[in-house]
Ligand binder design. Structure first.
Ligand code: KG4
Ligand code: ZN
Length: 337
């Protein structure tokens, strides 16, 4: 698309800004917030304060890397929701002020739709229709994608998200936040079949992780009664078994959706799509069933401004602009068309 879009992402704890120009991401700069490691999860007020501090230096670095000035931007895209309200407000207010000062359109973007559209940043891009398993710290969804902006939610979690299942397990094991990457790393030297954990029951295409979370809690508690050093002695096998159970569960639902919707392509998106076991098992499923599989580059799995700029470009083509009255929505519904 022939346009220049600035994408601003501040839904959680990463301040990320990217510049999209004529179908290419020229820069994608992210400032992460290490402070949350001390709290075992994102501390919302500290996240908003850090966005305030980071947002201008991140914009500056982005424009410098892209070798672009503010005057050449056609529109400002920003994450309207879902996310943490304080974090969203920083990005929304900043985007509004910038669009007003430059007298250019303002494009609100749905964070989870942007995770899916990250697949169109670079080749290989999925063919329509495809099913996308979107797995992040706040969401777990199965989406039937018929076109860039034509998507239907066919299943979602009723309680915790897949990322939360990783993060909460890590907390129980005394591992730092975010737990997903740490469990992924420790699991590489563990046996996924070492311990058997219950797979959640089928519920059409919906997910539930709360039962698994409780099962892990009891499993650890019962074993520690017998051996107080159980966690330390078995950390790799515990991580591999938990990861194996989560991935088996996610793929079971994805496979069922593929069969029901008769698609030839599947994709994964969101922070948990960085998980090495999920990526490996998805590839295996694709090869065994002659289904094309699409996995984003690591840079575009976790929160990033590039996916907001990319989504902004598709919305720009449809002139989906909003006026300055728009506010962020921490529970923004998925834009189904
Ligand atoms: O998409 P994301 O960056 O932020 C949200 O929109 O929530 O996802 C963050 C989540 C966290 O729960 C984190 O633990 C998880 O993604 N995550 C992983 C991995 N990398 C990030 N989970 C499992 N394995 C990983 N390698
Ligand atoms: Zn995300």
């Amino acid at each position: 698309m022939n346009c220049t879009i600035l994408g601003i992402e501040t839904s959680c704890d990463d301040t990320s800004i990217a510049l999209y120009k004529n179908s290419k991401i020229l820069a994608n700069i992210t400032a992460s917030q290490d402070i949350h490691k001390n709290y075992g999860g994102v501390f919302p007020e500290k996240a908003s304060r850090a966005h305030q501090i980071h947002i201008i230096p991140v914009l500056d670095a982005c424009l410098k890397k892209a070798n672009c000035d503010l005057e050449s931007i056609d529109a400002i895209a920003f994450t309207q929701g879902p996310g943490l309200i304080g974090s969203l407000m920083v990005g929304c207010s900043f985007a509004k002020s910038l669009a007003f000062a430059l007298d250019i359109p303002l494009i609100p973007v749905h964070h989870m739709q942007a995770h899916i559209l990250a697949h169109f940043i670079e080749e290989p891009m999925p063919d329509f229709p495809f099913i996308c398993l979107t797995v992040s710290g706040g969401h777990t969804q199965l989406i039937f994608v018929e076109d860039y902006l034509k998507m239907t939610v066919i299943g979602q979690t009723k309680d915790d998200a897949a990322g939360e299942a990783f993060d909460k397990t890590a907390k129980m094991l005394g591992l730092p936040y975010p737990g997903g990457p740490v469990i992924d790393k420790l699991a590489q030297s563990g046996n996924p079949k070492a311990f058997s954990l219950p797979l959640p029951k089928k519920d059409i295409h919906n997910f539930s992780f709360s039962g698994l979370k409780t099962a892990i809690l009891y499993f650890l508690r019962d074993n520690e009664k017998i051996n107080s050093n159980f966690k330390n002695e078995n950390i790799n096998d515990i991580c591999a078994s938990v990861q194996g159970t989560i991935v088996t569960y996610l793929l079971r639902e994805l496979k069922d959706a593929v069969e029901e919707y008769k698609v030839q392509s599947v994709a994964i998106a969101g922070g948990v799509s960085a998980n090495s076991y999920l990526r490996q098992e998805l590839l295996k499923f694709g090869l065994e069933n002659k289904i094309k599989t699409y996995i984003p580059a690591f840079e575009y799995c976790t929160d990033n401004g590039a996916m907001i700029a990319q989504a902004g470009a598709f919305l720009f083509a449809e002139k989906m602009f909003l006026d300055y009255k728009i506010s962020p929505d921490p529970r923004l519904p998925f834009p189904e068309i």
